[in-house]
Design a protein around this ligand. Sequence first.
Ligand code: AP5
Ligand code: MG
Length: 213
Amino acid sequence: MKNVIFIAPPAAGKGTQSANLESIGYEHISTGDMLREEIAKESEIGLVVKDIIAKGNLVSDEIVFKLITNKLSNLDKPFILDGFPRTIKQAELLDELLNNLNINNYEVIYLDLSMEDAIKRALGRLTCNKCGASYNKYYEALQPIQEGICDKCGNSLETRSDDNEESFKVRFNTFITNNEPIKEFYNNKNKLHNVDATLSSDEITNKIKDILK
Ligand code: AP5
Ligand code: MG
């Protein structure tokens, strides 16, 4: 199976699509989730990144690249990268790492979503800190059966510290500033695929599966 790299604005559906693909045997590697785990553990990294993430700013390339290197160097499954690379420097570091690991069978999926749609998704998002499931109060198909409770594990649902209008705008603008050179980098390698992220979650998954065939 081909490996997958998602590049997409905040709340475009990277996590949702990764969860859909996990069921067919992928390892989901989300830098955002890894950093939130560090915050929950109150580790050294967690203490450094807590405020940076809440404000919607990027963590340093060094911190995230270390997390990614550890994960990718110890894998026995095809992977999905969700949230990495986010700067051209990260794309170059990843390229070097994949070359060293002899990995070239990957595709880069760009989930294309406007700021207007993305902000609605971010402000409506509810997440389960126990099992990682994600819901949305603004979309009927994505609401939990019982309000505020995770369908999968029964835990209470929460709003992420960066899912407020102010942090969202920082995240979105940071994405817009950094993303063009990353797209160009992968386009030059003939790896880039554009997917319309306004479609339903299942339609998007089917389009991604077609690209990975
Ligand atoms: P991260 O956790 O990666 O946040 P993000 O990029 O802002 O993306 P999100 O997780 O918000 O959105 P998503 O695309 O996963 O969407 P989801 O599927 O949840 O990063 C957080 C922070 O960590 C960063 O801001 C930064 O500080 C730091 N960080 C992480 N990586 C870094 C890096 N490489 N370098 C530096 N710093 C880094 O969907 C969103 C909502 O929409 C959900 O409610 C979902 O149910 C709903 N939804 C999903 N699909 C659909 C659909 N098709 N239709 C309608 N609703 C949908
Ligand atoms: Mg996510």
